[in-house]
Ligand binder design. Structure first.
Ligand code: PMP
Length: 462
């Protein structure tokens, strides 16, 4: 890939950034000695920083978002054309790209029916919670209002989304939390809470039933789960887990909400992560890959049954969904999403994701054979993790500084950007994560693996 010709001197912009920007997830003390990284241009999987250095981005825009890669002119053109024609009309109105994308989306989601637009993953999940709460009020006198969430899962940054979040690092310090959100145990077999059981998947799912019975089934209205847990450790659900979860939801009349904010739009090799496991959700939320970061858009998608709870009772004219999202009416999102989906289809990127994901998992296994520091590797499609431990027998997680040192080394020595998971359950922020754009080739993956291999050697040797 050629370096862009118009990399200029960005000194004054970097100074402006240092003077005025409050960076996400950043302790700003470090910027007294180091400049913040600014990404100036991108093409495919490559990005260029303010100094003109080329990087291979193995995390799709840092946060698993740019599924179709950088520099997609057809998406930019589609957004431009739409904005010139009609950029925004909010409130109760519809739009051509909104309706067109909804139809395309529902076509990929058999069993689902209605699309509610908003702007971020957090917001999409909040809408899902409001669906559950309103149904609880309309059908159950407010009783069936509790929503279960799982340890190590993440559902967003607003106070209520954090109240349903199982990652301490993001959640601590922001209480008191919204009441009515109840945790259930995580399903990471590598760190089984029940010792060495044969049917870990069934055991972990049955723990959800135990929580429902403890809380009272007549008080629990919803369960939210990531299909493959992202920031909490790249957790691929164990065998048997999803079937049992669905049985439990059916038995106790609990609405199943699937958070596809990371897995949606091909990340795991199917359109949606839940489709890997034959799940039939009631509500699905999505954001990041929907428009690959070319515009802000999120969707909360429901079955017709859920939708009907908000329209069928003609005697109750006030049972409509009393919710609005100003920029849920912006047409840039669906215009970008239409083109994003076309690219995923036209370039067979789901197939590529499955193939390249298998290849990358094999390569991570090879690294595991070579480096004692890797305790476990796992993943689905182009969404993979390598959990680092100080001792394979005790599975003691490496200190945070070790995972961070590996990430920093990949960047410094090979200009490869990888990620590490967030702290969950006091200390498990020890999983390296990889989620390159779905256009990744074998040679891109080899480059990532080479960087990680070198980093693990150097960090252990250090
Ligand atoms: N759900 C999941 C699984 C996520 O990973 C995230 C963001 N990382 C969110 C929800 C929240 O999305 P947003 O940051 O767009 O609000």
């Amino acid at each position: 890939m050629n370096k862009p010709t118009n990399i200029n001197d960005y000194t004054s912009v970097v100074e402006a950034d240092k003077a005025h920007i409050w960076h996400h997830l950043s302790q700003h003390k470090k910027f007294e000695t180091v400049d913040p990284l600014m990404i100036i241009e991108g093409k495919g999987l490559r990005v260029w920083n303010q100094a003109g250095r080329e990087h291979l981005d193995a995390v799709s825009g840092g946060v698993w978002t740019v599924n179709v890669g950088y520099g997609r002119e057809t998406i930019a053109d589609a957004v431009r054309d739409q904005l010139v024609k009609m950029n925004f009309f909010g409130g109760t109105t519809g739009s051509i790209p909104g309706a067109t994308f909804a139809e395309m989306l529902i076509d990929k989601m058999p069993g689902m029916s209605r699309v509610y637009y908003s702007n971020s993953g957090s917001e999409a999940n909040e809408k899902a919670y409001k669906f559950v709460r309103q149904i609880a009020h309309q059908k159950y006198g407010g009783k069936k209002h509790k929503i279960l969430y799982r340890e190590r899962d993440y559902h967003g940054t607003t106070i209520t989304a954090l109240s349903s979040g199982g990652q301490d690092e993001r959640r601590d310090l922001y209480g008191p939390y919204t009441p009515g959100f109840i945790p259930v145990p995580h399903c990471l077999e590598y760190r089984s809470q029940w010792g060495d059981v044969d049917d870990y998947g069934i055991r972990a799912a049955s723990a959800i039933e135990e929580v429902i019975l403890r809380e009272g089934a007549d008080t629990v209205g919803g369960l939210i789960l990531e299909p493959v847990t992202a920031g909490g450790g790249v957790i691929v659900p164990p065998q048997g887990y999803w079937d049992r979860v669905q049985e439990i939801c059916k038995k106790y009349d609990v609405l199943l909400i699937i958070d596809e904010v990371v897995c949606g739009m091909g990340r795991t090799g199917t359109w949606f992560g839940y489709q890997q496991y034959g799940v039939k959700p009631d509500i699905v939320t999505m954001a990041k890959g929907v428009a690959s970061g070319y515009a802000a858009i999120s969707c909360t998608v429901t079955t017709e049954e859920v939708f009907n709870e908000f329209k069928s009772n003609a005697d109750e004219p006030l049972n409509y969904f009393r919710d609005i999202s100003t920029f849920g009416g912006c047409t840039a999102g669906p215009a970008a999403a239409i083109e994003n989906m076309r690219i995923l289809e036209d370039e067979n990127l789901l197939e590529n994701t499955t193939k390249m994901g298998e290849y990358m998992l094999e390569q991570l296994e090879v690294l595991k054979g070579k480096h004692q520091l890797i305790g476990d590797v796992r993943g689905k499609g182009l969404f993979l993790g390598a959990e680092l431990v100080t001792d394979r027998d005790t599975k003691e997680p490496v200190p945070e500084s070790v995972a961070q040192a590996v990430v920093a080394d990949c960047m410094k020595e090979n200009a490869v950007i990888i990620g590490a998971t967030n702290r969950s359950l006091k200390g498990f922020n020890n999983t390296l994560c990889f989620s390159p754009a779905l256009i990744a080739s074998k040679s891109d993956i080899d480059e990532i693996i080479h960087a990680v291999d070198g980093a693990l050697t150097r960090v252990v040797g250090a």
